[in-house]
Design a protein around this ligand. Structure first.
Ligand code: SF4
Length: 409
């Protein structure tokens, strides 16, 4: 067992910053609970509290301002190994900027520990007051805001957190962190901090803010909220095994372009699955407007013998264009080196390196893309047609889709 979960990096905070005290308390708590660094996933937020990443020898993920609880929730839900612990860290600024994320994590009682470093202000941007700046602090700073601060501890409790507490005295930090970490479900712990650069100068000054300190320490709910076990999202991932082979050595970058409802995304997915079952490395990405029922629909598929490190598609080898929406979207990709396979009603018949065929006339608009892909596969042997048919079989309209594959145009 290691004696610390910290690296040997120097604290990045200003001299006397209260965040350093909390960092050491977190490390102590984990060691006393018997955790190894790689048992812990720390998800941090933006702000001075977000500078902690290099200090921890744990897994770390850095999130956007206020969004760390949502990110932590995703990490926790995707974890297959229940012995790992997700700790989300954010400041008082982040906690109020992304308050809804915090409340949702509490409402769902996801098994994460959220540590809110409350130094009563936005340290990184110059000391502005936050939604957790207390009335007393605002009085001290002569800030007349006229609205009360949020009570993050009560809000989390009301939202359904399994435990929720505020701790002012650093002497109680380690034990409180241990309590929160051991809570089976969502635990929020607000830890008082100081900011000598813009706020309170000395830890001792925190005593003034202790009216509610430690009072909520023992709020862990027993049998009140049912802790919901989450299962790993990876459990739902479809495993595709290699059943076919392909002679290709190189990489094919394929761009599919059409309109909403034209089966572009489905065709790309089927092509990608067929590529995997043929033993190729494969990526697939889709793009369409937020109005999913209208406008263009674009998809990129890379089929490659070697691993794909960059998934972007700057220069396609082949472009399938099924509609005018699609043509408009991808025409800038067309050049003399790119093969274009298009439906024959499009104004492309005289263009160089373009193969126009009456796909939609023969099989209808929704199936045209599959017929076009099928004709390309037959001509190039990129993957066996059987691999595409096998990918289609589980689909509810498999009969129709296989007919499109088997139609020659
Ligand atoms: S600005 Fe304040 S909170 Fe940020 S590191 Fe410096 S003392 Fe700490």
């Amino acid at each position: 067992m290691k004696s610390t979960v910290l690296t040997d990096k120097k604290m990045p905070f200003c001299p006397g910053c209260g965040h350093g005290v909390i960092v050491n308390s977190i490390s102590k708590a984990f060691i006393e609970l018997g955790y190894n660094p790689l048992d812990i996933i720390i998800v941090s937020d933006i702000g001075c509290s977000g500078l902690i990443d290099p200090l921890f020898a744990t897994h770390t993920v850095h999130g956007l301002h206020g969004r760390a609880p949502a990110l932590g929730l995703g990490v926790a839900m995707g974890l297959a190994d229940r012995s790992k612990k997700v700790i989300v860290i954010q400041g008082d600024g982040g906690a109020t900027i992304g308050l809804q994320h915090l409340l949702e994590a509490a409402r769902r009682n996801i098994d994460i520990t959220l540590l809110v470093f409350n130094n009563l202000l936005y340290g990184m941007t110059g000391g502005q007051i936050s939604g957790l700046s207390t009335d007393k602090f605002k009085e001290l700073r002569q800030v007349e805001e006229g609205v009360p601060p949020f009570d993050i501890v009560k809000l989390a409790h009301q939202a359904g957190a399994m435990s929720s507490a505020r701790v002012i005295s650093p002497a109680n930090f380690t034990e409180s962190i241990k309590f929160a970490v051991e809570t089976p479900g969502f635990a929020l712990l607000e830890l008082a901090s100081i900011c000598p650069s813009y706020g309170l100068q000395k830890i001792k000054e925190l005593d003034e803010f202790s009216e509610e300190a430690d009072a909520l320490l023992n709020t862990r709910r027993v049998n009140e909220v049912v802790y919901r076990e989450t299962s790993s999202l990876l459990n739902d991932v479809e495993i595709i095994t290699k059943k076919f082979s392909t002679p290709i050595d190189e990489r094919y970058r394929v761009l599919l372009a059409g309109s909403a409802g034209g089966g572009i995304q489905l065709a790309a997915e089927l092509l990608a699955k067929a590529g995997i079952s043929a033993g190729l490395h494969t990526t697939m990405k889709g793009e369409y407007p937020v109005t999913v029922g209208t406008g263009f629909s674009i998809a990129e598929v890379i089929l490659s013998r070697s691993p794909i490190n960059y998934t972007g598609l700057d220069k396609p080898d082949v472009i399938f264009i099924m509609t005018e929406d699609g043509l408009e979207k991808v025409k800038s990709f067309m050049n003399d080196d790119t093969l274009v396979i298009a439906d024959d009603f499009l104004p492309l018949t005289n263009a160089k390196n373009v193969l126009c065929k009456p796909f939609s006339k023969k099989v209808g608009k929704r199936s045209a893309i599959l017929t076009a892909i099928s004709s390309w596969i037959s001509a190039t042997n990129v993957i066996p047609k059987e691999a595409l048919i096998e990918a289609i079989k589980p689909h509810k309209h498999s009969e129709l889709l296989i007919k499109a594959i088997e139609t020659e145009v």
